[in-house]
Design a binder for this molecule. Structure first.
Ligand code: CA
Length: 227
């Protein structure tokens, strides 16, 4: 049973969501405030988080930041406004998706299922082949280590590096990377991939000078992991 952390301060919305998720065999922990949600995440391990943006004590984005300090848990944001600001902030924080209120509980369940499928499928398929002395994937913690040091990656950076790590030496085009690491590739451009690769390289370099060269550029084609 996937365990879902739901943070929503409006009881009526929360009740509908809890009911819909439990009917579909999710185990749900519901928190009314951001502080309760953070406390729950410290006690238990969750597979998924649904975060309302507008909470009484902090924003859903703050909650996401706190959760991401510990794990790359998939996140779905609930937002009352179809505002570009919420969207940008959510995606920058590594939120996996967002839904604008009002929404149907069915839609939420379907999104959660889709995001979980995407976040789990490549891990299972890849587990045997992706360890190396230089880069190591800890699938349980959803973290990638470089020379033994955990990399502090956003969710998209993590997924992108994982795609490369699954098939070292294989060139991935930017479109392929978008398809694998973003659930809504239409919303981003080739430059998004380049920006994320740049950021991952910086994080690799911070661990050890030269490690950034692990991600190689094939001009006009795409990227590959050279290990
Ligand atoms: Ca709210």
């Amino acid at each position: 049973m996937p365990r879902v952390l739901l943070v929503e301060d409006e009881p009526a919305i929360a009740d509908t969501l809890v009911y819909a998720l439990e009917t579909e065999c999710f185990e749900v922990t519901h928190a009314l405030t951001g502080a309760d949600a953070v406390a729950a995440a410290e006690r238990e391990i969750f597979d998924f988080a649904i975060l309302d943006i507008g909470l009484p004590d902090m924003t859903g984005l703050d909650v996401c930041r706190r959760l991401r300090e510990k794990s790359a848990i998939p996140v779905l944001f609930l937002t009352a406004r179809d505002g570009e600001m919420d969207r940008i902030l959510g995606l920058e924080l590594g939120g996996d998706d967002y839904v604008t209120k009002p929404f149907s509980p069915r839609e939420i369940v379907a999104r959660v299922r889709a995001i979980l499928r995407r976040s789990q499928a490549p891990l299972q398929a890849a587990t045997p082949a992706i360890d190396s002395k230089i880069l190591h994937h800890d699938s349980a913690a959803m973290r990638i280590h470089c020379h033994g040091a955990p990399l502090d990656l956003t969710a998209h950076e993590y997924k992108l590096l994982l795609v490369l790590l699954e098939k070292p030496g294989r060139v991935f085009t930017r479109d392929q990377l978008l398809d694998h690491a973003w659930q809504d590739p239409g919303a981003v451009t080739d430059r998004t991939i380049d920006a994320h690769v740049k950021s991952i390289r910086a994080k690799l370099r911070a661990v050890r000078a030269g490690a950034e060269d692990l991600i190689q550029t094939r001009r006009g084609l795409g990227y590959l992991l050279g290990i």
